[in-house]
Structure formats: structure tokens, C-alpha cells
Design a binder for this molecule. Sequence first.
Ligand code: ZN
Length: 142
Amino acid sequence: MERVVLPSHLIEQMLAQACASPHAEICGLVTARNGHPSRCIAVRNVAPQPQRLFSMDPQQQIAAMRSMREQGEELYGIYHSHPQGPAEPSTTDIQQAAYPEALYLIIALNGERRPQLRAYRISDGKTRAVQLLTDPAEGHGS
Ligand SMILES: [Zn+2]
């Protein structure tokens, strides 16, 4: 199984954003610098049924992509939450996955007791689980 290492502060940021929105899916982008995940950029969910779907605000998404390019970063991942469902891509998620090179991160709230973050690659309608490892040292120099 493919493995990726994510800095723990990025994981905490995504989980916090998801937990703060128990009734609507949240979404955003993860950027990378030289292949290393560096920032999370939250993007507003403008889906008509945000409790079970996400659709990134197009203007915010464009602004996030521009900010990324300006800072010499690339797209690393796309994250969203499932307030009710499991931390697995839904049929709609698989159909709408447009970035085969991106890591798809899904946060399940599990009733807010113990939120869970899982990662996938999605391409050609197929989903592959990716093992997530945490790097707690990230963000303290180096
Ligand atoms: Zn989903």
C-alpha cells in the first residue's frame, strides 16, 4: 500500500475544521512545497445539500490555486468531511474526482467522539486506500 506522511498540524487543522461543522461537509485543499505537504486552505462548501455533498466555491478555489502558484506550491490533496457517513469516498466522490494525482482525504465525524481521517487515490472510477503516517516533528524548524 502506498504511504504518505502528513505533518500533524495539518491533520489537526482538518479535523478541527470538520468538527466545527457537525451538520455540513467541509472541504479544502492541501498544498505541497517540493513534494512535501505544507498548508491547508479551507474552501467554502456551496453544495445545495451540504449535509451530504461538497462543492467547492469556484472563486475561492481559483483564489486558493493562485495563492499556491504564487508561493511556488503545488496541489497535494483535496479534503472534505462526512458528518454522517464513513471515512470512505461516496459514489459521488468517486464520480467527481477530477485530480488523479491528488490525495483525497476524508474525515468522518463519527458523532464527533472520535473523528477519523483516511486517504485515497481516485482515478478512472477506482479507489485505492493510502496509508497515512503522521510527522509530529514537522513545523519545528528543519
Ligand atoms: Zn464525500
